[in-house]
Write a protein that binds this ligand. Sequence first.
Ligand code: ADP
Ligand code: MG
Length: 238
Amino acid sequence: MSGVRLDGIVKKYGALQVVHGVDLDVSPGEFVVLVGPSGCGKSTTLRMIAGLEEISGGAATIDGRVVNRVAPKDRDVAMVFQNYALYPHLNVADNIAFGLRIRKESKEAIAKSVEEVAGILGLTPYLDRRPADLSGGQRQRVAMGRAIVRRPKVFLFDEPLSNLDAKLRTQMRAEIKRLHNRLGATSIYVTHDQVEAMTLADRIVVMSDGRIEQIGTPMDLFNNPVNTFVAGFIGSPP
Ligand code: ADP
Ligand code: MG
C-alpha cells in the first residue's frame, strides 16, 4: 500500500497564490477528508497530487517517490470527479475500459477487468447503456469503475456525490468506504459536506484560504477545535 505526503506544497496562478505551503502525511490505507469553504484550495491541492496541475513549490510524494515531475498516468492515482466526466458516446463497458486504454492490455484482459469491476459496482446489467440512459447514482458508479479498473493505490475524490440527492448520497458514501476498504486503497476525499466528512474520515483536514487550519480525527475536531473557524465548520463551540 502506498501513502501520500505533501511537504510545503504551493500553488500560484501567475502572481496569485492559492495554496500556501500545505503539509500533510496520509498513511497507507488511510481515508483522509479535506473540507473547507468554496475557493479555499481543496480541488487545487487534489489536482496537484493527481498531476493535473503543476506544483509551484514544495513536494508531493506518493509511495515514497517525489512525483512533482511525474506524468499523471505514471502516478498510480485515480481521480473521481463531481461531474463524472463520462464519455457520452461510449457505453458503460467502454467508459470503464477507457481507464485501461493507455495501457497496452489484450482485449480479453480488458473485458475480464471490466466484467469484474462492473460486478463489484452492480453495473453488470447496464454494460451496454450510454450514460444518458443511467441514473445519477449509476453514472457515479461508472466513474468509480473507470477509476478502480486501473487498480490504483491512491484514490482522489473531488466532491463525487454533490450532484446526487440526499438518499443516494448516503448510500454511495457507504459504498465508497466499502470500496476503499476492499481495495486496500489510500483515499483523499474532498467535500464541503460536514456529515460526509464526519462519517467517512479517519482524519479530517480543515482548510481555509489555501492553508490547513487543523488536522485530526472527527472526534478531535468536534471536541477540540483549535479556533472558531474550525468550530464553526465542524466542531462544537470552543
Ligand atoms: P475549492 O476546491 O476549495 O473550492 P479551488 O482549489 O478550486 O477551491 O480554488 C482555489 C482558488 O484558486 C480559488 O480562489 C480559485 O478561484 C483559484 N483558481 C482555481 N483555478 C484557477 C485557475 N486556473 N486560474 C486562476 N485561479 C484559479
Ligand atoms: Mg473544488
